[in-house]
Ligand binder design. Sequence first.
Ligand code: ZN
Length: 371
Amino acid sequence: MSTTETSAGSCPATAANRFGLDYRAEAQRLGPPVVPIIDAHAHINGAEAATLYREVCDLYGVELTFSQTQLAQAEGVKNAMGERIRFVAVPEYTSHDPAHAHTQGYMDNITAWHGLGARMLKFWCGPRGRDMMKYHGLDPKLVTLDHPWRRKQMDHAASLDMAFMVHIADPDTWFESKYTDSAWYGTKAEQYDALERLGEEYPRLWLIAHMGGWPEDLGFLSGFLDRHPNFVIDTSATKWMVRELSKHPTDELLGFLNRFAGRVLYGSDIVTMDEHLTDEAGPRDMGTQASSRQEAFDLYASRYYAYRTMLETGRTGESPIADPDLHMIDPDRHDEMSAPTLTGHALPESTLRTLYRGACEGTILKWYDEH
Ligand SMILES: [Zn+2]
């Protein structure tokens, strides 16, 4: 966005708000979405942060959120969000005992989450999981999808009739920079071997996060979705998706979304935590992207603002959200506050209705209601 086209304020620029926009005014300018949005992928933690997040949802027309919440935070988040939240089971990522958290601890959490209404569980399989497990002195393959413990967790979740969710791959930019040791991390294509096999072995509903992990390659995704009718994908990871989905010509993106209508779910990947609201440091490994109520508001609102601007409007310009991957790939041309072009694709209303709501209603929400 150029600042002349927006309600730029006088706030200092931050990574979530490079132009000092008033995200409340911008929400008014966008108006309500064509249908109330269901966000199929977020991480809502913290009772206070969840209350702030709910205000962002009200402003941007988000009615229901599927959240990968930390178990200890479930009650506070539920109190803040009420019927507007559904839980997705996750392991205790921030545990001080990761050896337990990713093995029997997750087995126990799956049972507990099922009791709290979760009907889907998440397997995070980012290639850097190998580094994290090695750091803790654990089997580097512990968080790969076909590890025996993961299989046990799959069997347990299947016995509870839960759907599966997977984070299988990271951006191409990461494979071009931090994952160049393919003997250790595997190539990007190799990340999919176990997923394609297990998707057939467990013929239930699978949600593959972040446009299946490969928003850069709609051709690959088309074959992937054709091969696995039980797979659906979500659009979560706003920075990554704004960067890559902006690069596709509108007719190609629209062709893909229409061809797979009902199998591409809207998701933001917004992460909220109470630590965002103060200047105290956040939990380890989670990073702290905000240190005041205003910064937290901007962090959460920026994701819906950027996404809705890209999908609904014809406004093309620099993204208001800094994308450090640009600096990582090309430090001569970019700094940490650089941002990619955000392309306004101005998608038709019928496509937006399905993406924002219909796809989730027909898959994940249906699964939750029926199991
Ligand atoms: Zn996520």
